[in-house]
Design a protein around this ligand. Structure first.
Ligand code: GYE
Length: 331
């Protein structure tokens, strides 16, 4: 049985290879019709509902997914980016169901609100794989999830803060997208790690995981508390930390010195800021989930039993570690 499936998948690969070069196949358009693309009729049609393009992490994740779900690998990818709008993302998934794709992959913008559309996919016999973020819906409604341990990421950032700040410290937080799993879990993990320390959270607001958002929220904090009134910024991702750096510099203070910064992701620009001393510590969040997601889709369609959860491990970087890692950083 397994052998048969494997040879069918191999055949799909060969057909896809022959068809490769005929057309793009990754249909960056929401309007792309399955089966029309370069994958050819026998390719596995996958609808991928991406969050949007809010951050460097997201660009790396999109690239990883498009590479893994290529025509060469036997896929016909229908790609949709929802511009961080949860309703638009659900509509995209519904349109994948109506188009009759073979499988659906979702990077859910927010945790809540997925029950109905996941049930519709299940009723239509279309397996759903979640990548990156999680949902609160019952795990009976999707086949598998591959992603990161966001609570642990927050905890690692919080442990660094707890060790570094032993005197009374004022902290502001730049939160990720409200209602998203990484914003919720990174807050919880961090808060638990700093409990009982002299770090006081004086404000916390969403910057929506974007550089502009981080900058404008930080401008507000600086107006409210003054640069002297803030010792530490915890940013739920590097892009918001990079925006905060701009705001701190514009206010005449030195990021990384007058105001320390800890963030999450470890994308190139963030790692460069860490090497430059403008960010003080970064916990990694690996965006290269494409191959794992593609393997899960193939296994599920082949009727194999797959793990419900696959967690990809992250590491953390101080300045020295960032200097060593930066030259080989691929994203
Ligand atoms: O940290 C952030 C992105 O969901 C883990 O989303 C992802 C987060 C990532 O916008 O940069």
């Amino acid at each position: 049985m397994r052998k048969q499936i494997l040879s069918k998948l191999a055949l799909v690969g060969v057909i896809a290879l022959t068809a490769a070069g005929c057309s793009s196949g990754d249909g960056d358009g929401d309007g792309a019709t399955p089966g029309e693309g370069g994958g050819g009729g026998d390719a596995i049609t996958v609808g991928f509902a991406q969050t949007g393009s809010e951050s460097g992490w997201r660009s790396a994740n999109t690239e990883s997914m498009k590479t893994a779900f290529s025509a060469e690998n036997g896929f016909d990818l229908v790609f949709n980016a929802a511009d961080n709008d949860p309703a638009a993302q659900i509509a995209a998934v519904r349109s994948f169901i109506n188009q009759g794709v073979d499988a659906i992959v979702i990077a859910p913008i927010v945790e809540d609100g997925w029950d109905d559309v996941l049930q519709e996919a299940k009723d239509a016999d279309i397996p759903v794989i979640l990548e990156d973020r999680t949902v609160t819906a019952s795990d009976d409604l999707y086949a598998s999830w591959v992603g990161l341990d966001f609570t642990l990421e927050g905890q690692m950032a919080g442990e660094w803060a707890a060790e570094t700040f032993t005197e009374p410290t004022t902290m502001v937080v730049l939160e990720g997208t409200t209602g998203s799993a990484p914003a919720n879990n990174r807050a919880d993990g961090f808060d638990a790690a700093i409990e009982g320390t002299p770090i006081e959270k004086i404000d916390s607001q969403t910057g929506d995981f974007t550089r502009d958002g981080g900058k404008s929220v930080m401008e507000g904090f600086l107006q409210k508390f003054g640069a002297d009134g803030i010792d530490l910024v915890y940013a739920h991702n590097d892009d918001m930390a990079l925006g905060a750096i701009e705001a701190i510099e514009a206010a005449g203070a030195e990021p990384g010195v007058d105001i320390k910064i800890v963030s999450i992701d470890a994308v190139r620009d963030g790692m460069q800021a860490l090497v430059d001393g403008k960010i003080n510590y970064i916990v990694e969040c690996n965006p290269l989930l494409g191959d794992k997601a593609a393997a899960l889709v193939k296994a599920v369609l082949a009727g194999e039993t797959v793990d419900k959860r696959t967690i990809v491990e992250d590491q953390a970087f101080d300045q020295e570690a960032a200097k060593a890692a930066l030259p080989d950083r691929t994203y």
